[in-house]
Design a protein. Structure first.
Length: 267
């Protein structure tokens, strides 16, 4: 991974949020890449539950100020940054008062998905990509964690397909076990249509279940990592059909598994 640039995009990263398999992986994998000589940058949402003072977040004025058009509305983008203590890792936070001020992540106190998660996903997707463009930082690999990042492959291969910053970027999606029932939104495909015309497999967004979101991400990814044991047969079958390189959950436990996978099967 010497001097290779890896962009980590996740809805959860420790130490900013409680420890889960996803938040731990979103910390450990870039740490491993850095130790192997790579360069990483991490992006995540700035949820209201994150303690900005304790984690020393500060706004980056030169990156903030853009407006993202979401469902035909202008939504201001705020970028904050922090460094993980004792690590050479910088974390960028995507913020917006409307979408991320609430003191919760993706579900309310009753465990129900927030009804605007579709717009939050679009905002997060476009906000990260536009910020990376402003940084003029061209990643060799874009590594996605969690269903909240599932729009990135679609947008990268359609809406941002002609952007020279991402011309050589490969997309890898880490797939975690299902953590919600039902659909994220019944209007997802309509809202995405403001950016991505035509079908482009958006039929999966008409019923935006967990499985359909993961299938959408897989369909536009260059590789996948199975980050859990309980992945549905439907998703596994879709991976086989697309014939994308896959790192199994068992293989991922081996030393240097991620670095070897990126070096040998993705780049």
């Amino acid at each position: 991974m010497q001097n290779k640039k890896v962009l980590i995009i996740s809805s959860e990263v420790t130490p900013y949020l409680p420890q889960t398999d996803q938040s731990i992986n979103s910390f450990k994998i870039p740490k491993t890449i850095n130790e192997a000589g790579g360069q990483t940058r991490i992006f995540m949402p700035r949820y209201g539950m994150i303690n900005e003072r304790r984690h020393q977040l500060h706004e980056v004025i030169r990156l903030s100020g853009m407006n993202m058009v979401i469902n035909d509305m202008d939504m201001p983008l705020i970028i904050k940054v922090a460094s993980i203590p004792k690590e050479r890792m910088q974390v960028y936070f995507i913020d917006n008062e409307e979408y991320f001020k609430r003191k919760a992540m993706l579900k309310d106190e009753d465990g129900n998905l927030f009804p605007d998660n579709d717009e939050r996903m679009i905002f997060f997707t476009k906000g990260v990509i536009e910020t990376v463009k402003k940084l003029n930082w061209s990643p060799d690999i874009i590594h996605l964690h969690g269903w909240f990042t599932s729009l990135f492959p679609l947008y990268m291969k359609t809406y941002f397909a002609e952007d020279p910053i991402f011309e050589s970027s490969k997309i890898v999606t880490s797939i975690y076990p299902n953590d919600f029932e039902g659909s994220v939104s019944s209007e997802f495909d309509t809202k995405v249509s403001f950016d991505v015309p035509g079908e482009a497999e958006k039929s999966l967004l008409k019923d935006a279940t967990y499985e359909n979101l993961i299938k959408l991400a897989t369909n536009f990814s260059d590789g996948v990592i199975l980050s859990g044991e309980n992945i549905s047969e439907s998703i596994l079958s879709n991976i086989d059909d697309k014939k994308v390189p896959a790192l199994t959950f068992e293989e991922s436990a081996k030393e240097n598994a991620y670095v070897d996978f990126f070096n040998n099967q993705i780049i």
